[in-house]
Write a protein that binds this ligand. Structure first.
Ligand code: SF4
Length: 694
């Protein structure tokens, strides 16, 4: 960590890691950042931070940074440094050639949740207005797309319902498939403060996460379910609440669709949803399910917080709707201390979704088939827009392998490491005529790129990030991008090279366009952000200072909608050959695929991914602590060191996915959420055995 001397100046900006969105003061001497100091007026973090935001920014000046555009030589396969004009011209020419030969729909784009709102907005605009297709998707496809589907279906919009500070009024927290201590540390501290003050806690997780039992905090119930059985468990909780008369009938009658509720009520009371029936499926004793359901329903204020352990399943969207059912059933929505709160993994995953990074939705979650919405963007952008939804990332890869999808522009996303079944992703990239990678480093995906455009870090650009509580925070330029261009300027240059007039002079002008076209952002401007510090959308004439709590008087869709949530077992089954279930997660000091944190001092805390295995399973296989083991699934095989641990129950193994050497996604399954294609990272049948590889 560089920490020397007194700073000469400082710039307030926002952390580029998790969805808490902490504000920091970047302190500089000359043009060198010497420290990141948590900003005491930060409205998401109130002066707190974790080891990632505070110390893990060294990657911004790491020697691995690529600072010149490059084109891959056809003959030698080597990268050649070129000028921006040559690189952008090359990319534009290839895109034109592909579209001339294979049709408009043969190209697409992927936005980045580590880029700003303004930058993701521009990439989807490039795809829609310049490429002429809705083939645009985002990394949320592989994390929180079921949140989008489930919350929009139940409530009418895809976003967490509360601000973080609302937890101070929760009497009961229900934490499902999330490990806040490692993945959202600053918010985890806020949760722990509230728990120490007397709030009660229910954890639903196959693994004993830190919140279950840590100094001064103990969960009242840890429902340690079998991976892949979330939906059965949430249905059983609702079954108890209805059958024991714990429903908030006043709320349900006033706020929810009566026919949908009546149908759902009949469904949830079926015997197969009772705790006794579900105990066998989930492995959770019926009496624990009953007690936890009573605690949640009688809390007064009960808040749900959840993570990727909910969404990354074949029934991810069903589970999100199941949680929405539970909150509506007990009236735990629409005021402080309650609600449903997705803990977003990436700093701007909420924002990239808000900005229209989905192939079926314009900014503000409006379907591309809506003629009135299309007309708004056609007027603003001066083009005719396609009314058919485009391709999702997995569809783009499948189409590439089938020969109909030929070019992709990837803004800050390493799909070859982050997406499941990476052998399949590699085959798709290999089959394309033009892969444009815009990133900080030559990542795994760049091995298949034809042109590389050096991206900028959060310290090098202006813009906004939107955190998990819908809070739009300013990102301010601290130093100049070493490659000369911020990410939004690269996208703009590509649009121009393709003949489209894109002429923003500052990201604030992009935000002004977002405000003109997107009702939930109607009142957002850089001037208002400066005045208020941050804004939680929706922000408009009715709520000029933003909206900390959503759905207070009415749901965005009018009446809330109960949805039937039958449990359907995943097709990923254990058996004689693959008897264990592998699930994955994160660790405090590292972040996602590790491209940033691995290039910082944080590596000393966690230098490799390890496989947690229960001592009983290890003993059966002759595996000792620290020994190298092979993990084999139906998809592939990887090796890593074993760590004997009773955090996982017998039959379950667990690893993180921060290191490409381990490449956990070599083994993860190809099953995905039925509604959104979000991969089922959390359930893979595997066998583990001692490895003879050193
Ligand atoms: Fe805050 Fe998350 Fe950054 Fe840690 S990683 S400082 S919790 S935004």
């Amino acid at each position: 960590v560089i920490e020397h001397g007194q700073p000469e100046r400082s710039v307030v900006t926002t952390c580029a890691y998790c969805g808490v969105g902490c504000s920091f003061k970047a302190e500089l001497r000359g043009d060198q950042v010497i420290r990141m100091v948590p900003y005491k007026n930060g409205q998401a973090n109130h002066g707190h931070s974790c080891v990632k935001g505070r110390f893990a920014w060294g990657y911004t000046t790491h020697p691995d940074r690529i600072t010149r555009p490059m084109i891959r030589e056809r003959i030698t396969d080597h990268w050649r440094e070129v000028t921006w004009d040559e690189a952008i011209g090359f990319a534009a020419r290839r895109i034109r050639e592909v579209q001339a030969a294979h049709g408009r729909a043969a190209v697409g784009a992927i936005t980045s949740s580590r880029c700003t709102n303004e930058e993701t907005y521009l990439v989807q605009k490039l795809a829609r207005a310049v490429f002429g297709v809705n083939n645009v998707d985002t990394c949320a496809r592989v994390c929180h797309s079921p949140t989008g589907y489930g919350l929009k279906t139940a409530f009418g919009t895809s976003a967490g319902t509360q601000d973080f500070d609302s937890v101070e009024e929760a009497n009961v927290m229900l934490v499902i498939g999330a490990n806040p201590t490692d993945a959202h540390p600053v918010f985890a501290s806020q949760m722990k403060r509230r728990l120490r003050a007397g709030a009660r806690l229910i954890v639903i997780d196959p693994r004993r996460i830190d919140l279950v039992r840590s100094p001064h905090v103990r969960a009242d119930y840890h429902l340690q379910l079998r991976p892949g059985t979330n939906v059965a468990l949430i249905d059983a909780l609702a079954h108890v609440i209805v059958s024991e008369g714990l429903t908030d009938e006043t709320f349900v009658t006033a706020r929810c669709e009566p026919e949908a509720y009546a149908e759902w009520r009949e469904f949830i009371l079926r015997p197969e949803n009772s705790p006794e029936a579900v105990a066998d499926v989930t492995g959770v004793p019926a009496e624990q399910i009953r007690s936890a359901a009573r605690l949640y329903a009688r809390a007064g204020n009960a808040a749900i917080y959840y993570g990727l352990g909910v969404t990354e399943h074949s029934q991810g969207s069903t589970m999100v709707m199941g949680m929405a059912n539970l909150a509506m059933l007990t009236g735990n929505i629409g005021r402080r201390g309650v609600g449903i709160n997705p803990l977003r993994g990436q700093n701007n995953v909420q924002g990239s979704c808000d900005m229209g990074s989905f192939p079926h939705e314009f900014p503000g979650y409006r379907h591309v088939s809506d003629a009135a919405v299309r007309a708004t963007f056609e007027r603003e952008w001066g083009v005719q827009l396609d009314h058919e939804p485009g391709l999702r990332i997995p569809n783009m890869i499948d189409a590439a392998i089938a020969g109909s999808f030929k070019a992709i522009y990837i803004q800050g996303e390493d799909i070859l490491q982050s997406d499941p079944n990476i052998q399949h992703i590699a085959a798709g990239l290999e089959a394309m005529d033009c892969v444009i990678v815009q990133d900080l480093f030559l990542n795994e995906t760049a091995a298949y790129a034809h042109v590389f455009l050096p991206g900028s870090t959060f310290l090098e650009k202006d813009g906004t990030f939107t955190n998990a509580e819908r809070r739009i925070n300013r990102v301010r330029r601290v130093v100049a991008p070493p490659g000369g261009l911020a990410d939004w300027e690269i996208t703009q240059a590509l649009a121009r090279a393709l003949g489209y007039p894109m002429n923003y002079t500052h990201p604030s002008e992009i935000m002004d366009e977002i405000a003109r076209t997107t009702p939930t952002f109607a009142g957002v401007s850089y001037a208002r952000l400066e005045r208020l510090g941050s804004i939680q959308w929706p922000c408009n004439d009715k709520k000029p200072e933003g909206t900390p709590t959503m759905h207070a008087d009415t749901f965005v869709r009018g009446l809330g909608r109960f949805m039937l949530t039958p449990y359907i077992p995943t097709e990923e089954r254990t058996g004689r050959k693959y008897p264990l279930l592998l699930t994955t997660g994160r660790i405090l000091s590292q972040y996602n695929v590790g491209a940033q944190t691995r290039r910082t001092e944080n590596r000393v805390w966690h230098a490799e991914d390890r496989l947690e295995i229960h001592p009983h399973d290890a003993q059966q296989r002759g595996i000792h602590d620290g020994e190298r083991v092979a993990v084999r699934s139906r998809i592939g095989e990887t090796t890593l060191h074993a760590q004997l641990s009773d955090r996982v129950p017998p039959g379950v193994v667990y690893t993180t996915f921060h290191f490409p050497e381990t490449a956990a996604n070599v083994v993860t399954t190809e099953h995905s959420d039925w509604a959104t294609n979000c991969p089922e990272y959390k359930v893979t049948a595997v066998e583990v055995m001692p490895s003879h590889t050193p």
